[in-house]
Ligand binder design. Sequence first.
Ligand SMILES: NC(=O)C1=CN([C@@H]2O[C@H](COP(=O)(O)OP(=O)(O)OC[C@H]3O[C@@H](n4cnc5c(N)ncnc54)[C@H](OP(=O)(O)O)[C@@H]3O)[C@@H](O)[C@H]2O)C=CC1
Ligand SMILES: O=C(CO)COP(=O)(O)O
Length: 382
Amino acid sequence: MSKRSSREPAPTGDGTAKAARASGIAGLLERLGRGSVTTEAITIVQAASLERRVAVLGAGSWGTTFAKVLAEGGADVSLWARRPEIAREVTETHRNSDYLPGINLPISLTSSSRIEQVLDGAEQIYVSVPSQTLRQNLADLRPILPAGVPVVSLMKGVEKGTGLRMSEVIVQELGIDPALVAVASGPNLALEIAKRQPTAAVVSSESLETATLVAATATNPYFRSFVNTDVIGTEFGGVLKNLIAVAIGIVDGVGYGENTKASILTRGLAEMTSFAVSFGAKPETLAGLAGLGDLIATCQSPLSRNNTAGRLLGQGYRFDDVVRQMNQTAEGLASVAPILELAKSRGVDMPIVQQVAEVLAGTLDPRDIAPHLTETDEPQGE
Ligand SMILES: NC(=O)C1=CN([C@@H]2O[C@H](COP(=O)(O)OP(=O)(O)OC[C@H]3O[C@@H](n4cnc5c(N)ncnc54)[C@H](OP(=O)(O)O)[C@@H]3O)[C@@H](O)[C@H]2O)C=CC1
Ligand SMILES: O=C(CO)COP(=O)(O)O
């Protein structure tokens, strides 16, 4: 897709849209060749997918923002809110003042706290709940899940106890074909996107057809979704950058400056890459939007909840106080332990995540955090 076409939603009712509908996305990809997937295919599939009915589960800051992205890309979106008062506010006043104060939502975006109502007629399902509640939420979804519908994870955590990625929990709990599951990730701070600041993301699925379909739906004039098939790299990128953002927040809270932060960010990327590659990810995924891109956004922004949680720890608050002060989800806090377990299972050294764990446990003074000074045999010129 050229820059121009990514900024202009493709027109409806033209010949290419009809061709996409007629030949199906698999046929279309076949004709275009895999190399063209991020260009022509998304434009054409997008044209075919306007007014597609989709459901978004979770009306927090990201679920609501993503619902807005989808609606402003032309989809007919229904948002599931756990609390009826949020559903009412979204539908009646086009606001979600708890999570996106000051943001006007599209009039076409409706919300309900009744999940069966939100799923009615949905052709795609996007999920944005806290990672630690996902399994329980999917148990409610399973009996009413429409058959053959793609399920997309917008979440950036791993499950405590099992260490499973969110896409793995979805496959396990819903019993669906992994080819129907996708993940979306990237430098995507909700409030910036809700204000329509231009942003890119990655949609990943083991099925290129699913990734292309979802990316086309999740593309609008200010939000561009690329595709890949490296689900492991895309998903772990989103999880691991949260842990590095906590570390950066800690040193920020202590009062250390840019050298310390840049050292941790750079070594953090190396740590993320070694970890993800040991599970089969491609290094280039970690160098892309879902790795480095998201790492930069999250480590630099005061909007980041993980960065904020780290800053409070660095200022001397204890873990329990930090959890009490956070009124939004900081996934990194729950992902530290399972990630260290996974790293151990692969023999991967993670000095930054290890020191974050020690600060969380209260066994390391935040002023002593210096994971970039830890001895390592790895070359440093990567
Ligand atoms: N915010 C962001 O910038 C981005 C977030 N993400 C990811 O999106 C996921 C969701 O985060 P985000 O929306 O920001 O979090 P928020 O804290 O903003 O919202 C959490 C949402 O989950 C709901 N929730 C809480 N507990 C449960 C439960 N037991 N069952 C069902 N729903 C529940 C909340 O409902 P209630 O209001 O009723 O408590 C709320 O709607 C996370 O994995 C995060 O990493 C990814 C990219 C960007
Ligand atoms: O994932 C995010 C940006 O891409 C949001 O980060 P936080 O969860 O730290 O706010």
